[in-house]
Design a protein around this ligand. Structure first.
Ligand code: ADP
Length: 625
């Protein structure tokens, strides 16, 4: 028989399709099953207006059979089948999609057709050296056989076939060093692939299993029997109305599908209608996966196109700050053949991503308002990620996230939102104050924090590296500026006190210069009234705060320039200050030593290390003997 050449030109095109579009060979099965399901849809759809077959909906099925000895895998369906012309047009022309034609011809109807690209069928050649398609349409007496060994072309001839539909025979390639094709013939791996990719195809996918069963009446004897099993679940959980799904079903689905031992903190299951339609089943885990805060963690949602899984982890539908969300999106508007490269440009997917982001934010907000305990549990697991989200991308998402973040409050050492903080501010308070430390208790003990609290104001206690960067990115909340208490921005002095301080600083300039000289490394030294009972404290001036410098200097590419401009603040009313003043007049050498001690104290209170521990130890010993 004369071989016909593929209509579209070259070997190259077929080669490219087979090798470039799909990264995993195993998806060929998904493609063929989806085609079979589409074919059944078409037949079923036609039978609604033109009763052809007498088949009930429950008679439709997809049948798989595999034989390891002959290396033959068959996938048959009792769908619409193809005429000789259709075989030629649909399979003889690469990138010609019969499904797409069907869809455009029937555009008014609600037809849910998976394949729209006209390349899926060829994925069979990734695993098969030869593919035979026997197909028969309703009302025809003859069937037709299309056969091809890939790039060389194909043959088409008449043949016999029982029943309407299509049977695809794959002659699975021999195993090679690089690839074990035999897995595509093993009943359990076929079962696994059907579960993985085609679990929710809405017709049963059946396969004959060879199983050993005890012989009835004969103790200890077994015999091999063939059992026809349905491999797919058919109705996906997420396609059921939310009101019909129990909490247990949601949780079981989550723990088995997303490999978590603990049930989620929150389930979101909804259907979005509108420009782009999709169903989402989303989960917020109750704890961070062990690798969550490492670069190995991969975010993403599963992507389904009409019940067929097309991607296991699609990162594009989840923003980084919600990367903890697990779940799936199912939309008939997403093409089955979407590839990693085209994802970012995909308009539908971008629309879905935007809607998903909004939904997650609203649900988190709701959780915070209705179940604070749960929200705090969530926040302890994933709050850093939200705070990081405020700070990243130059603050682009700060509006979206600012009401979801929390910090420990000096009031009760519990988490508070910015909104709650502002609602408690007394009239006289103009700014939002925060203090940094490696624990909330340490931040609370900063001399300046104590002074702010003494004024009757609340202080947010920041303990994580990202915290101050988050607030710096926000800059203000409801027009209230954020002020780090350990900076020159803190100004608690009354007008009168300010005036007095200014005079003191001017008249004491000689001593202050002496202290600066004796200590070294300081930007300035000045008197302050915001130190409570402490003799001295450190603060910074200019944009770089002590905390920021500490965090940045830990970065792998930290340079030398990452230093805060340090200010030593001296409590003008403290007895220690009196003592230093006196020593300055009597014994400059001793005074210099005391200045160093004072500075060491201030460093410790700010959570900074002592630069020269040996020197400090010497000074303390001297003081003691
Ligand atoms: P797609 O499914 O993306 O349209 P394929 O290359 O997988 O592209 O298939 C090409 C066309 O061949 C399909 O659109 C359909 O018209 C036809 N086809 C494939 N498999 C079957 C089948 N099992 N039964 C009937 N028609 C089929």
């Amino acid at each position: 028989m004369k071989k016909k050449q593929f209509k579209t030109e070259s070997r190259k095109l077929l080669d490219m399709m087979i090798n470039a579009i799909y990264t995993h060979k195993e998806i060929f099965l998904r493609e063929l099953i989806s085609n079979a399901s589409d074919a059944i849809d078409k037949r079923y759809f036609r039978s609604l207006t033109d009763p052809d077959s007498g088949l009930a909906r429950s008679d439709y099925e997809i049948l798989i059979s595999a034989d390891e000895d002959s290396r033959i895998l068959k996938i048959s369906d009792n769908g619409c089948g193809m005429t000789a012309d259709e075989l030629e047009n649909n399979l003889g022309t690469i990138a010609k999609s019969g499904s797409l034609d069907f869809k455009s011809e029937n555009s008014a109807e609600n037809v849910d057709i998976i394949g729209q690209f006209g390349v899926g069928f060829y994925s069979a050649f990734m695993v098969a050296g030869k593919v035979t398609v026997v197909s028969k349409v309703y009302g025809a007496d003859k069937a037709f056989k299309w056969e091809s060994e890939g790039v060389d072309g194909y043959t088409l001839e008449e043949c016999d076939k029982d029943g309407v539909g299509t049977e695809i025979t794959l002659h699975i390639k021999p195993d090679s060093e690089e690839e074990d094709y035999c897995e595509f013939l093993e009943q359990y791996s076929i079962q696994r692939l059907v579960k993985k990719y085609s679990d929710y195809i809405h017709y049963p996918i059946k396969m004959d299993f060879k199983v050993n069963k005890p012989v009835e009446g004969k103790e200890g004897e077994t015999e091999e029997v063939v059992e026809r099993r349905t491999l797919n679940s058919i109705t996906p959980l997420w396609k059921k109305p939310a009101a019909e799904v129990t909490e247990e079903e949601y949780n079981n689905f989550y723990t088995s599908k997303f490999m978590d031992y603990e049930p989620p903190i929150k389930v979101m299951h909804y259907r979005q209608e509108g420009a782009v339609e999709y169903t989402a089943l989303l989960y917020i885990p109750s704890h961070a996966p062990f690798d969550y805060y490492s670069k190995n963690y991969e975010k993403g949602l599963q992507l389904y196109s009409s019940g067929v899984m097309i991607m296991d982890r699609c990162a594009e539908v989840l923003p980084d700050y919600f990367s903890f969300v697990k779940g799936l999106i199912d939309s008939s508007d997403i093409s089955l053949n979407i590839s990693r490269e085209t994802l970012q440009q995909d308009h539908q997917l971008r629309t879905i991503a935007k809607a998903v982001e909004k939904k997650i934010k609203n649900e988190l907000q709701k959780l915070m308002e209705t179940d604070r305990e749960k929200y705090e549990k969530f926040f302890k697991a994933f709050g850093s990620q939200l705070k990081f989200g405020v700070y990243s991308d130059y603050g682009t998402h700060k509006e979206l996230l600012q009401d979801l973040i929390m910090f420990t409050s000096s009031n009760d050492m519990k988490l508070t939102t910015l909104k709650e903080y502002v609602s408690r501010m007394p009239e006289s308070q103009k700014s939002i104050y925060y203090a940094c430390g490696d624990s909330a208790e340490k931040a609370l003990r900063l001399p300046q924090a104590a002074a702010v609290i003494a004024k009757g104001y609340e202080v947010l206690l920041l303990t994580e590296d990202v915290d101050e960067f988050t607030l710096q990115t926000l800059m203000s909340y409801e027009d209230k500026k954020f002020i780090n208490v350990s900076t020159d921005e803190l100004d608690l002095a009354t007008e009168e006190e300010s005036k007095k301080l200014k005079e003191e600083n001017e008249s004491g300039k000689e001593l202050l210069d002496f202290i600066k000289e004796s200590v070294g490394g300081l930007n300035s030294v000045r008197y302050s009234v915001s130190l409570g009972d402490h003799p001295a404290a450190l603060s910074s001036e200019g944009g770089m705060t002590i905390e920021m410098a500490r965090v940045l200097s830990k970065m792998p590419d930290a340079g030398e320039g990452l230093k805060a401009s340090l200010v030593l603040e001296i409590n003008s009313g403290h007895p220690v200050t009196e003592r230093i003043k006196a020593l300055y007049a009597d014994d400059k050498e001793k005074c210099a030593k005391y200045c160093k001690l004072l500075y060491a104290q201030a460093r410790l209170l700010s959570g900074l290390e002592i630069e020269d521990a040996e020197e400090l130890s010497g000074l303390i010993s001297e003081l003691m003997v």
